[in-house]
Design a protein around this ligand. Structure first.
Ligand code: DGL
Length: 261
């Protein structure tokens, strides 16, 4: 595999752009191809087998475009499908999981909240990794039912009522760290920060995923020095929504297209 080959990134929609953004800032010389599988969003309400099948479809498309490494920029797909992907494909995979560990380490109240999809919270991987912290820390899990479709519609302000319903009970229960366990939710971070008291920290995993991607490329001798890296985004749903989010994160030069997949 050549180091100039692109990094592939996929998510159930536009949410993983929050992760793509961190990767692009850390690794500006890397070419990237992003797939927004918005047609099939939300993944969070689907069963494990369906999530695996959708992840296979996205992976095979990225591999057909010559990707050297794949970032599963979706907690739901990572926690349900990354084991299967790693067993069946010969490229490195980087996944994203709720940042339970940093939250559990830094909490003073010994109570943390995790806002994630049903599919993530019910997954074996999440249950196993979070069990290591449960003795010392109380973890309040909340399913962010309905948030992903609102984000996918592009009308972020419509999420305020649901956010209050999900976030305020955690605050009232005394959490001092809230983990955003879904890559869509960082697009709601300003709204969430505006509703929580000062002492509550909101944690997401985007920067950690970018660092892990860099480490993996270094380890595999696949880091690119390309000056003319290319950036491509594909959606199988509304291109206007994808473009709106690209403007929101301030990408300067890119190609975005509709693609049936
Ligand atoms: N963005 C995804 C995640 O990180 C999935 C959201 C969904 O499609 O339900 O979990």
């Amino acid at each position: 595999m050549k180091s100039e080959a692109p990094i592939g990134v996929f998510d159930s929609g536009v949410g993983g752009l929050s992760i793509w953004n961190e990767i692009h800032h850390l690794l500006p010389n890397e070419s990237t191809i992003y797939l927004a599988d918005s047609l099939n969003a939300p993944y969070g309400d689907k069963g494990k087998q369906t999530i695996i099948e959708l992840s296979i479809k996205n992976t095979e498309l990225l591999l057909s475009k010559g990707c050297k490494l794949i970032v599963v920029a979706c907690n739901t797909a990572t926690t349900n499908a990354i084991g299967h992907l790693r067993e069946n494909y010969d490229v490195p995979f980087i996944g994203i999981e709720p940042a339970t560990k940093p939250a559990a380490i830094s909490t003073n109240t010994k109570k943390i909240g995790i806002l994630a999809t049903k599919g993530t919270l019910a997954s074996e991987l999440f249950i196993n990794t979070s069990s290591a912290f449960r003795g010392n820390v109380e973890i309040i899990e909340t399913i962010g039912e309905g948030l992903v479709p609102i984000i996918e519609s592009g009308n972020l302000n419509e999420a305020n009522n649901l956010l209050k319903k999900y976030i305020m009970p955690m605050v009232e229960a005394g959490v001092d760290n809230i983990v955003l366990g879904c890559s869509h939710y960082p697009f709601l971070i300003d709204q969430i920060k505006a509703m929580v008291p000062d002492g509550v920290t909101i944690i997401d995993s985007g920067a950690a995923v970018a660092r892990q991607t860099k480490n993996m490329l270094e380890l595999s001798s696949l880091l690119s020095n390309e000056k003319d890296s290319t950036i491509e985004f594909f959606t199988n749903a509304k291109i206007e929504v994808l473009n709106m989010f690209l403007q929101k994160i301030g990408v300067d030069r890119y190609q975005s297209s509709y693609l049936k997949f």
